[in-house]
Design a protein around this ligand. Structure first.
Ligand SMILES: [Zn+2]
Length: 239
């Protein structure tokens, strides 16, 4: 518990819908020990219960609007109205501002996804929410729910690629990184043709990108996808 107390701090937030102020926990950077990074960038820490993704979403206790730092700063009047009708009118005050367990973190993501869909947030923002929720299910070894949300994430990442809004949701997201990630999510969904198509698009950046780590990952995962694809075809022949 001492570890938790020192790694978490209270961040003051202003609700982007009703302007109420409230606090939400955040994880102090540098307070965790990384143990593994999955091929779709899910980072696992020694202090599992302190994974920062559990604290990404801020939930306004007054009106129920849930958002992340990547949401648009301001809502348009029509968006405010729809949030009033679809979220605030039905909201029973609940405080997400203390230590969160995984199930509570999952609820915070579902609230943020609902709010993001209602208020027309960029595809990249929605994609990031779906993917992080999928990771939480992975951390609970719930594969079917994980893959359900990976599917929704990849749809939004593809739209984000088409509309070029990927830098808006995540400052670290570049085109080559996005193409790699779409490929990797398709691989996890066993949509091998699409996976290979997107790894190919990423590999086309081989001579122009500084992100050689991504190129290496794209090569490895492209190879793995071909093997998995072959294996599946053999299984089907035998079956
Ligand atoms: Zn609010």
């Amino acid at each position: 518990m001492i570890e938790k107390v020192s790694a978490l701090y209270d961040k003051s937030c202003v609700c982007r819908h009703c302007q109420a102020t409230f606090t939400t926990k955040r994880v102090r950077s540098g307070s965790l020990t990384m143990v593994h990074r999955d091929t779709d960038f899910f980072t696992r820490f020694k202090e599992q219960s302190l994974n920062p993704i559990q604290y990404t979403v801020s939930v306004c206790p007054a009106c129920g609007f849930a958002f992340t730092d990547q949401f648009k700063e301001k809502l348009a009047p029509w968006e405010k109205q729809v949030v009033d009708e679809q979220i605030t009118a039905k909201w029973k005050s609940k405080d997400f501002g203390s230590i969160r367990q995984v199930p509570e973190a999952m609820v915070s993501y579902k609230l943020a996804i609902y709010a993001a869909e209602l208020t027309d947030q960029p595809h990249s923002v929605k994609a990031g929410l779906y993917l992080r929720l999928a990771w939480l299910y992975r951390s609970q070894e719930n594969l079917s729910e994980e893959l359900r949300f990976v599917g929704m994430a990849v749809d939004e990442y593809e739209l984000s690629y088409i509309h070029s809004d990927y830098a808006r949701g995540d400052k670290e997201m570049s085109e080559v990184r996005l193409l790699y990630l779409i490929g990797e999510l398709y691989r996890r969904l066993q949509k091998f043709d699409l996976a290979i198509k997107y790894f190919g698009k990423a590999l086309a950046f081989r001579n122009t990108t500084m992100e050689s780590g991504i190129i290496r990952m794209a090569q490895d995962q492209w190879q793995l996808t071909r093997e998995e694809h072959k294996e599946k075809q053999n299984e089907q022949k035998i079956g």
